[in-house]
Design a protein around this ligand. Structure first.
Ligand code: NAD
Ligand code: ZN
Length: 352
């Protein structure tokens, strides 16, 4: 679990006060990984408490985080200073939060980040890392994984050392997101809830968190909230949805969306929406509600993204998807291999 968290509108201004006691010495900088959407946002940048050798590195989120990107960032940080940093602070959406977690881990674990994709392969505690989300939904701020695309897999570095040491939840930072992006990333949270609550891995912890997040999603996406209420509640929903899957697992939409993302570079939020729209047979109620939410917000999803793919390309997506065994087991049960065939997946992908 995340050890420390503050929540509140404007709480970002407490960052300096929070990290100062964690500074190792004047030579050990804090490295701020910041989504480059904020590169010209002087209001936000002015609140980053830079001292001594501290550094801001702007991160492009056009593509999702890659293992090679983590390795290059780590190499540059190591070469740029004679000592390890005091901490890594990620400011952005799921992409930047995941990068911050991975960089903090790889600064103290030898080798390449691709060697740690999987479950509980990290051996050493990472350096102090702080997560500050600027868009809500992924639950990356609370989860024990950092999802990376490597040479052969899109798979997380899942470990007890992955969660942030500190999170700052300031809903004001989520101002200014486009309606589409708000919806796609918000639906990631909604889909986490549906997949967790209907899965066989469900337990009292995941159920309680999942039900709370699901109710919040209904208020946010089908109710009539003010913009600031909606921002506050989506930040809470994201956290609780993330906690729900931390205690259980995601399911079919995520397993298939990873395939799209690996082959076509489709981003996580929109990829989940494209897949989930076609999953009535697995999640009848969840998909029906999703379609209502989509209609209410006038969201039109891309169609035909798999229309011109070759058999080989379908095979790549199917391989990536089937490699995510815990997700299928959670969604379908222990005999999932008898029910989920390659041709069934190809039929589903062909509709997207
Ligand atoms: P993202 O981080 O890629 O950001 C989406 C877009 O929103 C970007 O263009 C970004 O610049 C923009 N943005 C972010 N904050 C903004 C703001 N305040 N104002 C304006 N624009 C803003 O998207 P995401 O959906 O948050 O994250 C997706 C990533 O999260 C994927 O890489 C996915 O694999 C990962 N993920 C991780 C977990 C986990 O548990 N670790 C869970 C789900 C998803
Ligand atoms: Zn997700």
């Amino acid at each position: 679990m995340v050890s420390r968290v503050v929540f509140g509108r404007g709480s970002f201004t407490q960052l300096g006060e929070i990290i100062t006691p964690m500074r190792l010495n004047e030579r050990a900088p804090f490295i701020f990984l910041v989504d480059d959407v904020f590169e010209n946002n002087t209001t936000l940048l002015a609140k980053i408490p830079l001292l001594y050798e501290d550094q801001i590195i702007f991160i492009s989120t056009k593509e999702e985080p890659k293992t090679s990107q983590v390795d290059i960032l780590v190499e540059n940080i190591v070469l740029g200073s004679s000592v390890l940093p005091s901490g890594i602070i990620g400011i952005g959406g799921g992409s930047v939060l995941d990068l911050a977690k991975a960089v903090a881990l790889m600064l103290t674990n030898n080798g390449l980040s691709q060697e740690y994709q999987g479950w509980d392969l990290i051996k050493q505690k990472g350096i102090y890392h702080v997560g500050i989300p600027t868009i809500s939904g992924t639950g990356a701020e609370v989860s024990r994984t950092t999802i990376l695309t490597g040479p052969t897999l899109k798979l997380g570095i899942n470990s007890d050392f992955t969660p942030f040491d500190q999170v700052i939840l300031d809903p004001e930072l989520t101002e200014g997101i486009s309606k589409e992006q708000w919806f796609y990333t918000g639906m990631d949270c909604y889909i986490h809830c549906v997949e967790s609550l209907t899965g066989s891995y469900l337990n009292a912890f995941s159920k309680t968190y999942g039900e709370t997040a699901l109710e919040l999603c209904k208020e946010i996406f089908l109710g009539t909230l003010t913009p600031s209420e909606s921002q506050d509640k989506l930040m809470m929903a994201s956290w609780h949805g993330g906690m729900s899957i931390a205690y259980s697992q995601v399911g079919v939409a995520h397993a298939m969306s990873y395939g799209l993302s690996f082959l076509l570079g489709t981003k996580h939020g929109i990829g989940n929406c494209i897949v989930f729209d076609h999953l009535e047979e697995f999640y009848p109620e969840g998909v029906q509600l999703f379609k209502q939410m989509k209609a209410k917000h006038g969201i039109v999803l891309p169609q035909g993204i798999c229309a011109n793919l070759s058999d080989k390309q379908f095979d790549i997506m199917i391989d990536v998807s089937l490699s995510l065994e815990p997700l299928w087991e959670n969604a379908i049960g222990t005999d999932w291999k008898n029910k989920i065939t390659r041709s069934r997946l190809k039929d589903l992908y062909s509709k997207m």
